[in-house]
Structures are given as C-alpha cells and as structure tokens.
Design a protein around this ligand. Structure first.
Ligand code: XIL
Length: 385
C-alpha cells in the first residue's frame, strides 16, 4: 500500500511541481530514479512517523537554506547553543551572553514552520574555563552549581516557547570502566552524591534547574555509544533514576555510527529498552561514516561499493525507526515511550564534522546528500520502502 501511494505521489509531484521538491542533476551512486527525477522531501515522507531534523550552523542558512526547508522539519544548532558560543564571558548580564547565532537559527526555523531542538546545556566540551575558576584558584562546588543554574535559567527563559526540547546533560557516562566521566570538569566540581541517590549531583541539579526554568520543555539525556554493551546499561540506569524523580522526558541516542556498525537490530533493542522506561527516544546526531572506527586511512572519493553499503545500512536503520516510531497520535507527550525524532548531524556531505573528526582533514561522506546537495543511494533507501 505504502509503495503504491508513494508511486502515486511521485507522479503527482511531477505534475504539480510541489515547492518542496528539488530537481536532482546527478546521482552517480544512485540505484534510484533517473537523474532528472524530482527529489521527494524526507520530512514529507516521514511526516506520519516523526520529525526529521538536521544540525546547522548559522552560515548553513545561506549555503543550505532552501534545501533545508525542502528536506527537514526540525533544526538543531550544531554549535551555536553550546556554552562557549552563547555565554562566552563570565557574568550574568546581557554583555556576558551572545545569542546572535542561535537566534538566527531559531528565527529561520520558526519562519519556515520547523521545530527546534536545544543542544546542549551541560557538557564537558565547549564550556569556557571561567565557569570552573574562582577569584583565587578553583571555583567552589557552590559557585559552579550557581553558574550552572543561572546559565540554564537564562538560556531556557530566552528560548521558552521556541525550543521544544533540550539535551540537558550531554555525555556524562564513561566509555570504559566505572560509570561516570570522572575527568569532566563538571564531575570534578560537583560530581559527588550528597543526597545518596546514586547520581552525581551536577546531573540531577541540571535537570532540576531546567525543569523549573521551563516546565514546558521536554528534557533529554544525550550520549553516544549507548545503543549497546555496558554503556547501554549505564544509560538505562541513569535514565530510570531520573525518570523516577520526574526529571526527564527523553533519551537521545546520538547515532554517530559507521556503515559497518552497529547493525539495525542492535539499535532496535536499545530503542525498546529505553522506551520501556516510558521516556521518548530520539536519534539526535545521525551520520554513518564510511570509515571503520579506528581506521585512519583516507579515501579520495566515495567508492560505489561503500555507497551501496551505506544505502543498505541507512535503509535497515530507517526500517527500524519506522517500526519503533510514535505513530498514530501516540504522541511523545502521552508518556508512551517511542521513537519521536531523527536528527542528522548535518544534511549533505559538503558540511560534516567528520571531515575533522576523528582524523583531521580527511574527507568523509556520512549523510544522505552529496557535496552538491544531490541525493545519494542512501537517500533513496530511506525514502523508498
Ligand atoms: C561537534 C560539532 O559538530 C563540531 O563542529 C564541533 O567542533 C565539536 O562538536 N557529540 C555532540 C556534538 O554532542 O555536540 C558534537 O558536535 C559531536 C559529538
């Protein structure tokens, strides 16, 4: 049925030239329609499943603006809402904050009817040193927590009614032994557990401050590598404990994966596991590198066999996402755990953080569109089912 209605809508699009359609000029890796075919909209294809989002910089609005409007229904700031961008200087007056980049993204999203995710309030990276420095030496636990409270309150008040959810705490779990990322400056300043609830105080406080600053925002814990293994268990326990306190609404599985792993059933298991806690689940930073983790070799072009593997993996993942989606009015706010959003970390291969991570200056091709914004095989695998 779905295939038939999709075919009908493609023919219809040819006839009416819907404004959200773009013309594809080339697709050298495609197994999809002919080069001149009309490119459907990802967001429209998934409108009955979940919003499709993309991470953007303020300048992306110039380089990718119309294309983003055509393809996605949600935006997140790739960097512009992080502490070092939004609150670079010590203090709590207007001159300490810089909302310009974030506001440009929010205004653009609102003008185009898009949702906005908030990313991120408390993270060990991209947070200025002054946050942890006192008048003489290291700031006290109380000083750091007060700065965190003031920051969260100011930022959530500024975006209230505009940003529908926040990654309140990002990447607080350890990759190796032990549960917590103990080298984080947040953990060092306020990672103790005064109330004995088993969670470092800075994490609980961040959620409490966010809840009271904007009770309408949906609050997320966000991390990478939490789809499997011990880190899944650690994240499950953290989310469970925060849920029991009524402080959390969702968990973000970042989704910085590769064309080799994880497999789609691993991701399904993780979504189900978190959803069983009654929280919503989102894939928040999706991209599939063409390199294996730990491989430092460089390619000069996306080879056809890798493009096909990427298409197959994206297709299998989106099948899982559709299966696990909050479909049919089962809205995330209803309290039923389900997949409620998928956000790519970028939109096209002309702009991806993987060009400088984990190997600086190495080209990667992790997204659904190529450097010229034309659909790759992976795009067709995601919109044709
Ligand atoms: C990355 C950005 O994409 C880069 O531009 C920046 O230099 C570093 O941060 N996990 C996260 C994101 O939660 O905020 C990171 O974004 C990627 C990993």
């Amino acid at each position: 049925m779905r295939a038939v209605s999709f075919a009908v809508s493609i023919i219809f699009m040819f006839l009416i030239e819907a404004p959200w359609c773009l013309h594809s000029q080339s697709d050298n890796t495609a197994s999809g329609p002919s080069p001149e075919a009309v490119v459907p909209s990802l967001a429209a294809a998934y409108e009955h499943y979940f919003p499709i989002g993309a991470a953007v910089e303020p300048q992306s609005l110039n380089t990718q603006g119309d294309f983003l409007v055509a393809q996605v229904s949600s935006l997140v700031a790739e960097n512009a809402m992080k502490w070092d961008h939004i609150h670079p200087r010590r203090g709590n007056d207007v001159s300490s904050y810089n909302f310009s980049g974030a506001d440009a993204i929010v205004d653009f999203a609102r003008q185009n009817g898009m949702l906005i995710r908030g990313h991120t309030l408390v993270w060990h990276n991209q947070v200025p040193f002054w946050v942890f420095r006192g008048d003489s030496g290291t700031a006290t636990r109380a000083e750091v927590l007060e700065r965190m409270r003031e920051h969260i309150s100011t930022v959530l008040t500024h975006f209230r009614g505009k940003v529908y959810c926040w990654d309140v705490v990002n990447e607080a779990l350890s990759d190796g032994g032990g549960t917590w990322r103990v080298e984080s400056p947040w953990f060092k300043a306020a990672g103790d557990d005064e109330n004995g609830d088993g969670i470092p105080d800075y994490i609980v406080k961040a959620f409490e401050y966010a809840r009271s600053a904007d009770p309408t925002a949906r609050l997320f814990y966000n991390d990478y590598g939490i789809e499997a293994g011990e880190k899944l268990e650690k994240a499950y326990s953290l989310v469970k404990a925060l849920k029991e306190k009524g402080l959390i609404d969702g968990v973000g599985i970042q989704g910085h994966w590769s064309i080799y792993s994880p497999d789609a059933e691993t991701v399904r298991n993780a979504i189900k596991r978190f959803a069983s806690l009654g929280v919503e689940v989102q894939i928040t930073e999706l991209d599939l590198s063409v390199y294996r983790w730990g491989d430092s070799s460089s390619l000069t072009a996306l080879q056809p066999n890798l493009a096909s593997q990427q298409a197959a993996r994206y297709g299998a993942l989106f099948k899982v996402f559709r299966d696990e989606a909050a479909v049919g009015g089962d809205a995330p706010s209803s309290g039923h755990g389900k997949l409620s959003g998928v956000t790519f970390w970028g939109i096209a291969d002309d702009h991806t953080w993987l060009d400088s991570f984990p190997v600086t200056g190495r080209k990667d091709w992790p997204l659904l569109f190529d450097v010229d914004h034309h659909p790759k095989s992976a795009f067709w695998a995601v919109v044709h089912w």
